[in-house]
Design a protein around this ligand. Structure first.
Ligand SMILES: NC(=O)c1ccc[n+]([C@@H]2O[C@H](COP(=O)([O-])OP(=O)(O)OC[C@H]3O[C@@H](n4cnc5c(N)ncnc54)[C@H](O)[C@@H]3O)[C@@H](O)[C@H]2O)c1
Ligand SMILES: O=C(O)C(=O)C[C@]1(C(=O)O)C=C[C@@H](O)C=C1
Length: 314
């Protein structure tokens, strides 16, 4: 990015995959003058310092947000309320307060009551990540060609919204605006359910006496490998996602279980047509995603680049 930095001081509370990636991209592209970092554990804070992610480091989150024009909470969603309470008295008037949490309605409910007058609270969620966590996992291109969803309140300050939008665009993302409840419903199916399925299938395989751990490793070049990647995601993060998007996740799990039962019935009764029709429909969904230029056939999922068509065995 060329031109003046968008913000003078950015404060990041939580410096794992997302916080570290934000620090690196903001520094590399000159989006902010200074970065102040706070996190709960002294060892993580020290690691952030060793990696040179910021300019100021503090275990006291309130101290870290003083004088910050942009504050982004990058902690597991279950920690947002406590952090908001902690930093609220120290937030600068006119500052933008945002977050990166994977759920949005709970964040709005838990953080909004603590936001002082004159601070612009605009929740956000980069749809970008990996199964890795901690400051070492971050990288500056994480947000390139990914979506970032912002869920501003109806009476949002338009100038603040535009500034935050420009920030995420400068991080490489495309920005969409959404209602928090709608965000949670959409993400329940496209992100939360796939992770739960992965946790479940890997757990089931591990429980089966016939599928020993060594066999899981030996044959993991198969489809199972994709599930093990997702199932290696951070347990705290995903526990908090489940507890904070309970309604939408339970709704999607119920739908999923019904569809799974239908598939089970088709297999039991030898209904090959049902199975063939379903598999044909789902295959065409992946093809249409690729044709829309939102997916490559490579394992680098989700970037908005034109990809090669899926090969056909027909
Ligand atoms: N990992 C992903 O793929 C991904 C993608 C998009 C959004 N998110 C969301 O972004 C947020 C951060 O995720 P991450 O992947 O960077 O997690 P992470 O586990 O890599 O990092 C979390 C950081 O928060 C700190 N922390 C935890 N509890 C805290 C507390 N009470 N007070 C202060 N710091 C605390 C940890 O020490 C760590 O530095 C989460 O809300 C998550 O839902 C994650
Ligand atoms: O690619 C991955 O590993 C991810 O899990 C990233 C992913 C996703 O489900 O797409 C996970 C959770 C976030 O809230 C956003 C992105």
């Amino acid at each position: 990015m060329t031109g003046a930095p968008l913000f003078n001081r950015m404060a990041l509370i939580g410096i794992g995959l997302i916080g570290s990636s934000l620090a690196q991209v903001a520094r590399q592209r000159g989006l902010v003058n200074e970065i102040s970092i706070s996190t709960r554990s002294p060892a993580t804070l020290q690691r952030a310092e060793e990696l040179g992610l910021g300019d100021y480091y503090a275990l006291d989150a309130a101290a870290a947000v003083e004088d910050a024009d942009l504050v982004i909470l990058c902690v597991p969603v279950g920690a947002n309320e406590a952090v908001a309470k902690w930093i609220a008295p120290s937030l600068k008037k006119g500052a933008i307060l945002s977050d990166a949490g994977s759920t949005k309605e709970s964040v709005v409910e838990q953080v909004s009551p603590h936001v002082p007058d004159g601070v612009h609270f605009i929740p956000g969620h980069p749809i970008a990540g990996t199964e890795h966590s901690g400051p070492d996992a971050g990288f500056s291109t994480l947000f390139d060609q990914r979506w970032c969803i912002l869920t501003p309140p109806d009476d949002v300050d338009q100038e603040a919204l535009q500034k935050l939008k420009t920030f995420w665009e400068s991080c490489g993302s495309d920005v969409d605006l959404m209602e928090p409840k709608h965000h949670d419903l959409v993400l329940a199916i496209v992100s939360h359910l796939p992770h739960l399925i992965a946790y479940n299938i890997v757990g089931t395989a591990d429980d089966l006496a016939t599928v020993t751990k060594s066999q899981v490793i030996k044959y993991s070049a198969s489809g199972f490998r994709d599930f093990t990647r997702l199932a290696a995601s951070d347990p705290t993060m995903w526990r908090d996602v489940c507890l904070n998007n309970k309604e939408a996740i339970l709704e999607m799990l119920a739908r999923f279980s019904e569809d799974l039962s239908a598939m089970q019935r088709a297999i039991r009764w030898g209904d090959g047509q049902m199975l063939f029709d379903l598999f044909t429909r789902t295959r065409s969904i992946r093809r249409s995603i690729i044709e829309a230029g939102q997916e490559t056939d490579a394992p680098d999922f989700g970037r908005h680049v034109a990809g090669s068509p899926v090969s056909s065995n027909d």
